[in-house]
Design a protein. Structure first.
Length: 56
């Protein structure tokens, strides 16, 4: 990890581990908020049509 990491005695790994944990927590939160695959097709399926509706 370089000379500074060698001089600090491994203290560089603690902030990197904390940052990785926070990044994984954020990714899991976004994954939970994302709609399920195919959720956009549900209104058309429920309406009984195969073609998506257009605003034109």
């Amino acid at each position: 990890m370089g000379q500074v990491a060698a001089d600090s005695g491994g203290a560089v790994r603690v902030p990197l581990t904390v940052a990785l944990s926070l990044a994984l927590l954020t990714a899991a939160s976004y994954a939970e908020l994302a709609p399920a695959p195919g959720a956009a097709a549900a209104p058309e399926r429920d309406a009984g049509t195969d073609a998506p509706h257009s605003a034109v």
